[in-house]
Design a binder for this molecule. Structure first.
Ligand SMILES: Cc1cc2nc3c(=O)[nH]c(=O)nc-3n(C[C@H](O)[C@H](O)[C@H](O)COP(=O)(O)OP(=O)(O)OC[C@H]3O[C@@H](n4cnc5c(N)ncnc54)[C@H](O)[C@@H]3O)c2cc1C
Length: 438
């Protein structure tokens, strides 16, 4: 019998598993369909994520941050927000809040590799991979039975708590018959990696174009960016099908003269172009007796503000703290009394962030004069330090209650080993968030 069985070993599910390593008496299982995660091969679709300072602090507390540092993370010193070619820009600076970074840009394959490297070494975590959940059976009040397809046979696993971390199309959520509210956008996000002539100077750019937002995330090696280009659905097919040279021409025309002068010649690094359809989705509930949803299984949002994964990491941190405390105090970790603490902690934060993100995307993708006026007034207001600071703390995931996850022996050992074994990360690891330096 498992204490906690997690379905989905993506960035959120694997974060929860690694956070639960600290109590060796807790028996944790993780079921993941992608065999490559267990084999240590991480498909590079080129995606990188803006990781909020709050998420990096959670990973530091768990002990997985060293694994990300040794593979390469890019601290963001500035995030510049602009409305097309309008001259007024908002520059969010690390100096404004006296931190050494506003957050980090990390390639998704780096995050996954560090998390899986960590959980593979945890004696209390069993990795069931490749395998996928097929059904959930409620035959007792004491546990759930989960039917799992492991390729050549169906196995039944019992667990006191089942956690669905299986992404936006969550089967766990569907099997539990939890309904959702959702809105689709008439937009497609195209992701590519580019090389620039001049260094990025650790600046991330968010340009709001008439067709939708355009994000440039600085990557390691000083002159690479991951670009998330949000295009209208009607034009996305054509853009995706363009030859490289024509594609780059279209891309450059959207960056604006000022940015092109700053970055110099830009060339395409990706061999393929990934595309995603953004979606706003919120589950009616995150919990049922012996079942909880976290990450994209519970909520999805437009990538414009780079918040989706960050919300999921906060879910993972919150439920981990609640499970660890309840387990130590001898409570039933799958009871509604315990799970309501998780829902009460996370649901409204998630709702607020995905709703503000939705409004921002709609406001900035509309060319009606009134919307244009509102956002220009908004940009002017956001340039004043007190408002800017509110915006920054919101984006950095530092608003509200932060999970308290204490590290135990294994994590401390892993972290110090990383610093000794990989001296090259020592320079980056001096970037310690202020909250952790206290
Ligand atoms: C273009 C783009 C850019 C983005 N940029 C950012 C950003 O900058 N910052 C940010 O915070 N967020 C960003 N996001 C959002 C972020 O990528 C997601 O919120 C995040 O990946 C969700 O992680 P997850 O682990 O909950 O789900 P997923 O990443 O979807 O992982 C789910 C896992 O469950 C497994 N699984 C699925 N079904 C089953 C099953 N039946 N049985 C077993 N396993 C199963 C899958 O194989 C997968 O490994 C972006 C999204 C997009 C599309």
């Amino acid at each position: 019998m498992f204490d906690v069985l997690i379905i989905g070993g993506g960035m959120v599910g694997a974060t929860l598993a690694s956070a639960l390593h600290s109590n060796p008496r807790l028996k944790v299982g993780i079921i993941e369909t992608k065999a490559e995660l267990l084999q240590g091969e991480f498909s590079a679709d080129g995606r990188a994520s803006a990781v909020a300072l709050g998420s990096s602090q959670i990973w530091q507390k768990i002990g997985v941050w060293g694994g990300m540092l040794k593979r390469g993370v890019t601290p963001m010193h500035c995030i510049q927000v602009s409305d097309g070619n309008y001259s007024q820009k908002v520059s969010l600076l690390r100096e404004d809040i006296n931190e050494e970074a506003l957050g980090y840009v990390i390639e998704n394959q780096v995050t996954q590799a560090a998390l899986w490297e960590f959980i593979k070494e945890c004696p209390n975590i069993e990795l069931i991979c490749p395998a996928k959940i097929v059904d959930i059976v409620r035959e007792s009040n004491e546990y759930l039975t989960v039917q799992v397809d492991s390729g050549n046979q169906i196995i039944n696993l019992k667990t006191k708590l089942l956690v669905g971390a299986d992404g936006g199309r969550s089967l766990v959520r569907n099997l539990a018959e939890i309904s959702i509210s959702e809105k689709l956008y008439d937009q497609t996000c195209i992701v590519v990696t580019v090389k620039t002539e001049f260094p990025h100077e650790n600046i991330a750019y968010e340009r709001f174009q008439p067709s939708g937002p355009f994000a440039l995330l600085p990557l390691p090696k000083e002159n690479r960016f991951c670009i998330v280009w949000t295009a209208k659905n009607s034009e996305a097919g054509e853009i995706l099908g363009l030859e490289d040279e024509k594609f780059m021409q279209e891309l450059r025309s959207r960056l604006g003269t000022e940015l092109l002068e700053k970055l110099g010649t830009i060339s395409l690094e990706s061999k393929t172009r990934a595309s995603y359809n953004p979606r706003w989705m919120h589950s009616q509930t995150y919990i049922q007796p012996r079942l909880a949803l976290i990450g994209d299984a519970a909520h999805t949002t437009h990538p414009v503000a780079g918040q989706g994964m960050n919300l999921g990491i906060r879910d993972a941190g919150a439920i981990a703290e609640i499970i660890l405390t309840a387990f130590t105090q001898g409570e039933d970790i799958g009871s509604m009394a315990v799970l309501k603490r998780y829902q009460g902690w996370r649901r409204w934060d998630n709702w607020a962030v995905i709703t503000v993100t939705d409004i921002t995307n709609r406001l900035f993708s509309n060319q009606f004069w009134l919307f244009q006026l509102i956002r220009r007034i908004g940009l002017a207001i956001a340039s004043f330090l007190p408002f800017k600071k509110i915006l920054m703390y919101f984006m950095m995931g530092l608003v509200g209650r932060q999970p308290n996850l204490s590290q135990k022996t294994r994590s401390q050992k892993t972290r110090s080993q990383n610093l000794e074994t990989y001296p090259e990360i020592a320079t980056i690891s001096t970037i310690t968030p202020k909250a952790l330096r206290k």
